[in-house]
Design a protein around this ligand. Structure first.
Ligand SMILES: Cc1cc2nc3c(=O)[nH]c(=O)nc-3n(C[C@H](O)[C@H](O)[C@H](O)COP(=O)(O)OP(=O)(O)OC[C@H]3O[C@@H](n4cnc5c(N)ncnc54)[C@H](O)[C@@H]3O)c2cc1C
Length: 407
């Protein structure tokens, strides 16, 4: 087996796969290996809380590329291998199975691991996180004997799982510590809309509610809240975010902490080591230059392309506008830009029609949009975000006036 690659990509998820694809598209002819701890070839993660959980999409349909694709392009897949140390001086990594693999350039694309809940009962059977295929296969195996599900965390992943499990006939309770769902990523109008939708579908939504512990002997039987109330559950899903998988790089001296710090071209503070995707901490114009980590397919793919460009001698800085989507019930949410720093928001349309948008502004300029079953606004609103346009507020609130006419 070759133990040296011109490009070694650690992490075989969205970013890792796209980096290899983009390198070959740019006629990179050296050796490339993609090393990942999961046993599968790179697959799409978004369906895990959507169609794959619901049984509507088999695993082979969520593979990012079929096996033959990688072989034809001479991209070596090192699956089921985990990197535990990085030696930047020697240009080599070591794996859990004791191997040393050398590299010319290292691309770190390890995403993150699901954050575990820190309370009694966190390790009982029936307690799940939703990050990998293995996680979701374990849930699917228990579905036939599950009637009641408690979801801890009202972020996108918790809400998507809640929607799908409700569709499958389960009785779902969502427990959220904040006083609204999606508090970290969306404005109040959007939170209220999703709260109403979930309740209308029969979800028992508990806001401003914290967990004391998970009850059960060997299997989870319920979630005890700080109030003392017990929510009975045969299955508990913990959706409280991720911890970026950067320990080997930080231990090797890379700058960072909650993610590894990269420059505009994806380069870390260590020589010949790039980082991309969920684990990469970058200064974003869309966050007023603050160093942020984004967790989206768009970010992983676009950063991968930026790194491939840098490596193949056609550098271009990372400046892609962030976008994201979520599916819950028959609702298609599409977001563009980052709303976190908004100081005002304009509602376009009536949430009661289940088709509307929220436009977020800062100092009168558009910084983001959340579009619910409103693809036209999403497509046309992108230019308002990239152009930081200051539209007339009355026109902006009128859904009959196309956003493209406000640019
Ligand atoms: C359930 C779910 C639903 C989602 N839905 C959406 C959505 O609707 N829209 C959207 O835009 N985004 C969505 N996301 C987020 C999106 O999937 C991530 O942003 C994207 O996968 C990030 O890509 P990545 O390459 O950075 O990391 P990942 O795709 O997570 O890949 C990283 C890989 O590296 C591996 N790894 C970690 N450490 C090591 C190591 N030391 N050695 C070897 N391998 C290692 C991991 O096991 C993993 O396989 C969703 C995520 C989840 C989990």
């Amino acid at each position: 087996m070759t133990d040296h690659y011109d490009i070694l990509i650690v992490g075989a998820g969205h970013g890792g796969a796209q980096a290899a694809v983009a390198l070959r598209q740019r006629k990179f002819t050296g050796t490339i290996a993609v090393l990942g701890e999961e046993p599968e070839l790179p697959y799409e993660r978004p369906p895990l809380s959507k169609d794959y959980l619901g049984g509507d999409k088999p695993f082979d349909r969520i593979l990012i590329r079929p096996a033959a694709f990688w072989a034809e392009r001479e991209i070596t897949m090192l699956s089921g291998r985990r990197v535990i140390t990085v030696d930047p001086a020697a240009h080599a990594v070591t794996t859990e199975d004791g191997a040393t693999i050398g590299y010319g350039t290292l691309i770190w694309a390890t995403g993150g691991h699901a954050r575990k809940i820190d309370c009694r009962g966190h390790d009982l059977t029936g307690v799940h996180t939703v990050r990998s295929r293995a996680d979701v296969d374990r849930m699917i195996a228990e579905l036939a004997t599950t009637t009641k599900v408690a979801v801890i965390g009202g972020g996108y992943i918790g809400l998507e799982a809640a929607a799908m499990l409700t569709k499958l006939g389960k009785q779902v309770t969502v427990i959220e510590a904040q006083d609204r769902v999606l508090a970290r990523v969306a404005g109040e109008d959007l939170s209220r809309f999703f709260q109403d939708e979930h309740r209308a579908h029969g979800v028992d939504l508990r806001l401003a509610t914290t967990v004391d512990h998970i009850e059960g002997e060997t299997r989870a039987t319920g979630v005890r809240l700080s109030s003392g109330e017990v929510i009975p559950a045969d299955m508990v899903i913990v959706g409280i975010g991720i911890i970026p998988a950067v320990a080997p790089l930080i231990d090797a001296g890379a700058k960072g902490g909650n993610g590894v710090r990269i420059d505009d071209h994806g380069l870390t503070s260590l020589p010949d080591i790039y980082a991309i995707g969920d684990c990469a901490l970058h200064a974003s114009d869309f966050a007023d230059g603050a160093a942020i980590r984004l967790e989206s397919v768009q970010n992983a793919n676009d950063m991968a392309t930026v790194v491939a460009k840098a490596i193949t001698g056609t550098p271009a800085p990372y400046d892609a506008v962030p976008w994201f989507w979520s599916h819950q019930y028959d609702i298609k949410l599409q977001t563009v830009g980052l709303s976190i720093a908004h100081d005002s928001a304009v509602l376009r349309g009536d949430p009661a029609t289940r088709s509307f948008s929220v436009v977020y502004l800062k100092e009168g300029r558009v910084i983001a949009l959340d579009c619910v079953n409103a693809t036209k606004d999403y497509v046309q609103g992108r230019a308002l975000v990239t152009g930081r346009v200051s539209p007339d507020a009355i026109a902006l609130a009128d859904p009959a006036i196309p956003l493209k006419s406000l640019g």
